[in-house]
Design a protein around this ligand. Structure first.
Ligand SMILES: Nc1ncnc2c1ncn2[C@@H]1O[C@H](COP(=O)(O)OP(=O)(O)OP(=O)(O)O)[C@@H](O)[C@H]1O
Length: 304
């Protein structure tokens, strides 16, 4: 199996007055859920559209399964995508919509029944798409993406409009698909959505790569140790001597970065300083993400 299922090489897309994607080089691997994160307007949708051959890059390249998408023989059997859930005929029923897709892509009709059941649309499959809620529309879009039983999935904001039960369902579905060895790339602008879904993150800011990192590493890089001592100034000096970055918390505890908890304990012992609390603090992913994207947010509430 290809280790680099989706390959972006210097991918760039320039619109008239703005660079939507800016020299993006990244490889997406199979067997895991890769969260594609970035603030609004950071270039996620444009990147996915380039991968799917819907948008032509200004420079660089995007390939999937070793070739540009348009060169795939049976694209729906190889790559499933949810990029524009509104791109469907409103007068058709959900079933008809999927049946047309199946027919035009030479897929067996039984797949239509299978995916309708899989996404939980059985009871409304014969209703017109026009009357669908946002969440039902998303489920239909996911059904279409899964129709060809593809080995690669690209989903742009799949949980948009879903209720908490729907969000959990998408999360479990994506994890199952990845566990089967498929490649799953799923975009979101919310870290909280990715926290329990993705194994790996690719983070964009203003079209550029900010991070290509496993969730575990991202958390590790933002971990700290909290230590409380009645002799805080002495302990702080000893920790700094040992190479730590130390800050004082509001309750008088020290927040220590760059040393792990065992090392902090050893330094305190060597300095003969009493310790009343020693805790490893794992940053929330949300905090780590905000730190990463902080300066690259294009649209900010209250910004002028
Ligand atoms: N067809 C287009 N013409 C001109 N500018 C565009 C076009 N499509 C996207 N852009 C611009 O490119 C930038 C990236 O947009 P894109 O939709 O890829 O971001 P995104 O990360 O998917 O955002 P969101 O999280 O809001 O969906 C934005 O500034 C957007 O306004």
């Amino acid at each position: 199996m290809l280790a680099r299922v989706i390959e972006l090489d210097g991918l760039t897309k320039q619109y008239r007055d703005r660079v939507a994607v800016d020299g993006l080089t990244v490889h997406i691997r199979p067997g895991r859920v890769t969260g594609f994160l970035g603030p609004n307007g950071s270039g996620k949708t444009t990147t996915m559209r380039c991968v799917l051959g819907l948008t032509r890059p200004t420079a660089g390249s995007a390939t999937v399964l070793g070739v540009p998408y348009r060169q795939l023989d049976h694209p729906m059997r190889r790559v499933g995508a949810l990029v524009d859930p509104r791109a469907r005929h409103p007068g058709r029923t959900a079933y008809q919509h999927l049946a047309v897709l199946a027919q035009s892509n030479a897929l067996p009709m039984r797949r239509v029944d299978e995916v309708v059941e899989l996404v939980g649309l059985d009871s409304v499959a014969h209703e017109r798409v026009r009357g669908f809620s946002l969440g039902m529309g998303q489920r239909l879009g996911i059904a279409a993406a899964l129709l060809g039983d593809p080995e690669v999935l690209l989903l742009d904001e799949p949980v948009n409009g879903l209720d908490p039960e729907g969000i959990r369902w998408v999360r479990e579905l994506l994890r199952t698909l990845a566990a089967e060895g498929r490649t799953v790339l799923v975009s979101s602008h919310l870290m909280s959505e990715m926290e329990d879904t993705a194994d790996h993150l690719v983070v964009l800011g203003r079209g550029r790569l900010l991070a290509d990192v496993s969730i575990a590493d991202l958390l590790g890089a933002h971990a700290a140790v909290r230590v409380r001592s009645p002799e805080a100034p002495m302990l702080s000096a000893a920790l700094r001597d040992a190479g730590a970055h130390v800050t004082l918390e509001v309750d008088g505890a020290l927040r220590v970065e760059r040393l792990d908890a065992a090392r902090v304990g050893d330094v305190a012992f060597a300095a003969r300083v009493r310790v009343h609390e020693l805790t490893r603090v794992v940053a929330s992913l949300e905090a780590a993400y905000l730190e990463l994207t902080g300066e690259d947010v294009e649209y900010r509430a209250g910004a002028r």
